[in-house]
Design a protein around this ligand. Structure first.
Ligand SMILES: [Zn+2]
Length: 317
C-alpha cells in the first residue's frame, strides 16, 4: 500500500468508531482481573473453587488468633481457605447509593467487564472469583476523567499500599523482586480519595497528569487511557473502594500464588454509584450483560431505575 493511500486512510481510521468487538471488548481477552491486572504476567489457570459462605467480611478490631492476616510481612499465607467473615460493623461512611457528584470516568465507553464473577477475578465473594471494578474501553489515549471531587493520594506504579489491604503488601512486592519483575511491567494507577470514606482507582493508564496532593474535581482530566500492566488492550479498570467498609477476601488462588494480603477493603460495585441513565453512561456490550444483582449484596437493586427511554438508548448504542 502506497504512502499516499496510507495518508488518506490514516485520518479516516482515526475517526472511525470501531464496530464490535473492540480489541479490548472481547470477553475472553478482557476478563482482566482486579489488581492482578497490575502484573504483566500470565493469568493463573482456572482453579475450581468450593462453595463458600459470603466472604464479605467485617473487620474485627482485633483479628482472631490464627488469622492469616496476622502473618508477619514476608510470610505468605499458604492456605486456600478464605478468611472467615465476622459480624462486627465498623462502617461509618454513607452507603454508596447516597454518594453524589460521581460521573463516568470515560464517557460513553463500552463496559467490557462488570463487577461480576469472572474466571480471573481478584475478589472471592460467595464462593466465586469476582472482578472488583468495571472495565471501560474506548480508544488508547482517550481522556480519563476524575469520577468525583477529591484529593490525589497516589499516582504511579506502586499503588498497593493505598488501596486498603489489611496489612502492608510487603510479601507481594518481595515476590516481584524475587521474580525480577520490573516496575515498568506494572500498571500506571491514580488513586483519588473523595473525602467521604471512598477512594477511586484508575488502572492501566498510559499517562497520569496528576500527582499526590493534587485536588481534582469531577470531570477533570487526570490521565490517558492505556494498557499498562496486565491488559489485553486499552481500557480503564475503574475501582471504587470503601476505605472504612467491611473487608473482603482476596481470591485464595492469588494470595497463594502472589502473596497478596488475604483481606482488602470493600470494593464497591461502581454501578451502586453510577447509573446507566447518566450522561456519558457506559454502553452495554452485546453478550456481556451487567449482573442484575451485585455479587455479595443480596437483593439490592444496583442499577438505579432507568426510564424506558434510557433503556432503549442503552440497547441502541
Ligand atoms: Zn478490570
Amino acid at each position: 500500500m502506497g504512502s499516499s493511500r496510507l495518508r488518506r486512510l490514516g485520518p479516516h481510521l482515526s475517526w472511525a468508531k470501531p464496530t464490535l468487538p473492540h480489541p479490548a471488548a472481547r470477553p475472553t481477552a478482557l476478563a482482566v482481573f482486579g489488581l492482578l491486572a497490575v502484573l504483566a504476567l500470565p493469568l493463573p489457570p482456572p482453579v475450581p473453587v468450593e462453595a463458600q459462605p459470603s466472604t464479605v467480611a467485617v473487620l474485627p478490631t482485633t483479628p482472631p488468633a490464627g488469622n492469616p492476616a496476622l502473618a508477619a510481612p514476608g510470610t505468605a499465607p499458604k492456605t486456600t481457605t478464605p478468611p472467615k467473615p465476622t459480624t462486627r460493623p465498623v462502617t461509618r461512611s454513607r452507603p454508596p447509593e447516597q454518594l453524589t457528584g460521581y460521573i463516568w470516568p470515560i464517557p460513553n465507553a463500552r463496559v467490557t467487564t462488570w463487577y461480576a464473577p469472572t474466571r480471573g477475578g481478584f475478589l472471592h465473594v460467595d464462593g466465586k472469583r469476582v472482578h472488583g471494578g468495571i472495565d471501560l474501553a474506548t480508544f488508547c489515549g482517550d481522556s480519563v476523567l476524575a469520577a468525583h471531587d477529591g484529593t490525589v493520594i497516589y499516582s504511579g506504579r506502586r499503588f498497593d499500599p493505598h488501596v486498603g489491604y489489611i496489612q502492608p503488601p510487603d510479601a507481594f512486592y518481595a515476590l516481584l523482586a524475587e521474580k525480577k519483575v520490573a516496575d515498568t511491567a506494572l500498571a500506571i494507577v491514580v488513586v483519588v480519595d473523595d473525602g467521604n470514606g471512598y477512594r477511586s482507582l484508575y488502572v492501566h493508564l498510559s499517562k497520569s497528569h496528576v500527582k499526590a496532593g493534587d485536588k481534582v474535581t469531577a470531570g477533570q482530566v487526570i490521565g490517558r487511557e492505556g494498557a499498562t500492566g496486565n491488559a489485553s488492550g486499552c481500557h480503564l479498570h475503574y475501582e471504587l473502594i470503601r476505605m472504612d467498609g467491611p473487608y473482603q477476601a482476596v481470591a485464595p488462588q492469588l494470595t497463594d500464588k502472589w502473596r497478596y494480603p488475604p483481606l482488602v477493603r470493600e470494593r464497591v460495585d461502581p454501578m451502586r454509584v453510577l447509573s446507566l441513565a447518566q450522561p456519558g453512561a457506559g454502553r452495554k456490550v452485546p453478550g456481556i450483560p451487567p449482573p442484575v444483582v451485585s455479587p455479595g449484596f443480596g437483593v439490592i437493586d444496583l442499577y438505579h431505575p432507568v426510564t424506558g427511554a434510557d433503556r432503549a438508548t442503552n440497547q441502541e448504542r
